[in-house]
Write a protein that binds this ligand. Sequence first.
Ligand SMILES: [Fe+2]
Ligand SMILES: [Fe+2]
Length: 178
Amino acid sequence: MAASFLTELGQVLHEEHFRILSLICGLENRVAGGEGGRPIDPANAEERANLQALTVALDQIIDHNRFEESILFPLIYAGGGGDLTALLTHEHDTIGPLARHVRSLATAILDHGVDGERWDAFQSAAKDLVSEMMSHLQKEEMAVVQRLRLFLDTETDHRLAERHLAERPPTRIKIAFQ
Ligand SMILES: [Fe+2]
Ligand SMILES: [Fe+2]
Protein backbone atom coordinates (compact mmCIF):
# COMPACT_ATOMS: atom_id res chain seq x y z
CA MET A 1 0.00 0.00 0.00
CA ALA A 2 1.37 3.43 -0.90
CA ALA A 3 2.48 5.72 1.88
CA SER A 4 -0.24 8.24 0.94
CA PHE A 5 -2.83 5.86 2.44
CA LEU A 6 -1.09 5.93 5.79
CA THR A 7 -1.87 8.28 8.64
CA GLU A 8 0.78 10.82 9.67
CA LEU A 9 2.10 8.59 12.43
CA GLY A 10 1.81 5.65 10.06
CA GLN A 11 4.17 7.38 7.64
CA VAL A 12 6.67 8.15 10.39
CA LEU A 13 6.67 4.55 11.63
CA HIS A 14 6.77 3.22 8.07
CA GLU A 15 9.92 5.22 7.41
CA GLU A 16 11.52 3.94 10.61
CA HIS A 17 10.63 0.37 9.71
CA PHE A 18 12.11 0.89 6.28
CA ARG A 19 15.39 2.10 7.77
CA ILE A 20 15.47 -0.79 10.25
CA LEU A 21 14.78 -3.19 7.37
CA SER A 22 17.64 -1.67 5.35
CA LEU A 23 19.93 -2.10 8.33
CA ILE A 24 19.03 -5.72 8.97
CA CYS A 25 19.23 -6.60 5.25
CA GLY A 26 22.75 -5.14 5.21
CA LEU A 27 23.62 -7.13 8.32
CA GLU A 28 22.13 -10.29 6.83
CA ASN A 29 24.23 -9.91 3.67
CA ARG A 30 27.36 -9.31 5.70
CA VAL A 31 27.00 -12.43 7.86
CA ALA A 32 25.76 -14.70 5.05
CA GLY A 33 27.91 -16.54 2.57
CA GLY A 34 29.46 -19.93 1.97
CA GLU A 35 31.81 -21.28 4.64
CA GLY A 36 30.32 -18.81 7.04
CA GLY A 37 31.62 -15.77 5.15
CA ARG A 38 34.72 -13.73 5.85
CA PRO A 39 34.86 -12.39 9.42
CA ILE A 40 34.35 -8.67 9.94
CA ASP A 41 37.78 -7.10 10.38
CA PRO A 42 37.68 -4.33 12.99
CA ALA A 43 41.14 -3.19 11.83
CA ASN A 44 39.59 -2.22 8.49
CA ALA A 45 38.28 1.36 8.72
CA GLU A 46 35.11 0.72 6.73
CA GLU A 47 34.22 -2.47 8.58
CA ARG A 48 34.92 -0.78 11.88
CA ALA A 49 32.61 2.12 10.97
CA ASN A 50 29.88 -0.36 9.99
CA LEU A 51 30.20 -2.21 13.27
CA GLN A 52 30.08 1.05 15.21
CA ALA A 53 27.01 2.18 13.26
CA LEU A 54 25.41 -1.19 14.02
CA THR A 55 25.85 -0.75 17.78
CA VAL A 56 24.17 2.67 17.58
CA ALA A 57 21.36 1.34 15.38
CA LEU A 58 20.67 -1.55 17.76
CA ASP A 59 20.14 0.94 20.60
CA GLN A 60 17.78 2.83 18.31
CA ILE A 61 15.82 -0.32 17.53
CA ILE A 62 15.44 -0.98 21.26
CA ASP A 63 14.28 2.61 21.66
CA HIS A 64 11.84 2.26 18.74
CA ASN A 65 10.32 -0.78 20.45
CA ARG A 66 10.12 1.14 23.71
CA PHE A 67 8.11 3.89 21.99
CA GLU A 68 5.71 1.31 20.59
CA GLU A 69 5.26 -0.38 23.96
CA SER A 70 4.85 2.76 26.02
CA ILE A 71 2.83 5.00 23.68
CA LEU A 72 1.40 3.12 20.73
CA PHE A 73 0.43 -0.31 22.04
CA PRO A 74 -1.68 1.04 24.93
CA LEU A 75 -3.76 2.99 22.37
CA ILE A 76 -4.16 -0.09 20.18
CA TYR A 77 -5.06 -2.11 23.27
CA ALA A 78 -7.69 0.46 24.19
CA GLY A 79 -9.01 0.26 20.62
CA GLY A 80 -9.70 -3.45 20.99
CA GLY A 81 -6.37 -4.79 19.68
CA GLY A 82 -5.35 -6.61 22.86
CA ASP A 83 -4.39 -9.86 21.13
CA LEU A 84 -2.27 -7.97 18.66
CA THR A 85 -0.38 -5.95 21.27
CA ALA A 86 0.20 -9.10 23.35
CA LEU A 87 1.77 -10.81 20.34
CA LEU A 88 3.90 -7.81 19.35
CA THR A 89 5.06 -7.22 22.95
CA HIS A 90 6.00 -10.89 23.18
CA GLU A 91 8.11 -10.47 20.03
CA HIS A 92 9.77 -7.38 21.53
CA ASP A 93 10.67 -9.53 24.53
CA THR A 94 12.57 -11.83 22.17
CA ILE A 95 14.09 -9.06 20.04
CA GLY A 96 15.36 -6.91 22.95
CA PRO A 97 17.75 -9.49 24.46
CA LEU A 98 18.84 -10.62 20.97
CA ALA A 99 19.64 -7.05 19.94
CA ARG A 100 21.60 -6.51 23.17
CA HIS A 101 23.47 -9.77 22.59
CA VAL A 102 24.44 -8.81 19.01
CA ARG A 103 25.46 -5.40 20.34
CA SER A 104 27.73 -6.86 23.01
CA LEU A 105 29.34 -9.23 20.48
CA ALA A 106 29.91 -6.31 18.10
CA THR A 107 31.48 -4.32 20.94
CA ALA A 108 33.72 -7.29 21.84
CA ILE A 109 34.92 -7.49 18.22
CA LEU A 110 35.56 -3.74 18.17
CA ASP A 111 37.43 -3.80 21.49
CA HIS A 112 39.31 -7.10 21.27
CA GLY A 113 39.42 -8.05 17.58
CA VAL A 114 37.80 -10.99 15.86
CA ASP A 115 38.58 -14.70 16.17
CA GLY A 116 36.72 -17.76 14.94
CA GLU A 117 34.69 -18.22 18.08
CA ARG A 118 33.64 -14.58 18.33
CA TRP A 119 32.73 -14.46 14.65
CA ASP A 120 30.66 -17.66 14.90
CA ALA A 121 28.78 -16.23 17.87
CA PHE A 122 28.22 -12.91 16.10
CA GLN A 123 27.00 -14.59 12.90
CA SER A 124 24.63 -16.88 14.71
CA ALA A 125 23.15 -14.13 16.91
CA ALA A 126 22.89 -11.73 13.95
CA LYS A 127 21.02 -14.34 11.89
CA ASP A 128 18.57 -14.95 14.74
CA LEU A 129 18.01 -11.22 15.14
CA VAL A 130 17.52 -10.72 11.39
CA SER A 131 14.88 -13.42 11.15
CA GLU A 132 12.98 -12.23 14.26
CA MET A 133 13.10 -8.61 13.08
CA MET A 134 11.98 -9.45 9.53
CA SER A 135 8.86 -11.22 10.64
CA HIS A 136 8.13 -8.63 13.32
CA LEU A 137 8.43 -5.70 10.90
CA GLN A 138 6.23 -7.46 8.37
CA LYS A 139 3.58 -8.06 11.01
CA GLU A 140 3.67 -4.48 12.32
CA GLU A 141 3.48 -3.02 8.83
CA MET A 142 0.41 -5.10 7.98
CA ALA A 143 -1.41 -5.10 11.29
CA VAL A 144 -0.45 -1.71 12.78
CA VAL A 145 1.05 0.81 10.38
CA GLN A 146 -1.53 0.29 7.64
CA ARG A 147 -4.42 0.13 10.08
CA LEU A 148 -3.59 2.98 12.44
CA ARG A 149 -6.73 4.94 11.56
CA LEU A 150 -8.77 2.12 13.10
CA PHE A 151 -7.07 2.70 16.44
CA LEU A 152 -6.25 6.43 16.61
CA ASP A 153 -8.34 9.50 15.94
CA THR A 154 -6.83 12.08 13.57
CA GLU A 155 -5.89 14.48 16.32
CA THR A 156 -4.09 11.89 18.45
CA ASP A 157 -2.35 10.58 15.35
CA HIS A 158 -1.19 14.08 14.41
CA ARG A 159 0.00 14.90 17.93
CA LEU A 160 1.95 11.65 18.26
CA ALA A 161 3.49 12.05 14.79
CA GLU A 162 4.70 15.59 15.61
CA ARG A 163 6.08 14.56 18.97
CA HIS A 164 7.76 11.49 17.55
CA LEU A 165 9.38 13.49 14.74
CA ALA A 166 10.68 16.03 17.27
CA GLU A 167 11.99 13.44 19.73
CA ARG A 168 13.00 10.66 17.37
CA PRO A 169 13.52 11.77 13.75
CA PRO A 170 13.49 8.63 11.56
CA THR A 171 16.84 9.59 10.00
CA ARG A 172 18.48 9.02 13.41
CA ILE A 173 18.43 5.30 12.62
CA LYS A 174 21.86 4.42 11.29
CA ILE A 175 22.06 2.11 8.32
CA ALA A 176 25.19 -0.04 8.32
CA PHE A 177 26.66 -2.59 5.92
CA GLN A 178 25.23 -1.05 2.74
FE1 LIG B 1 8.09 -1.20 14.98
FE1 LIG C 1 7.74 -3.46 17.26
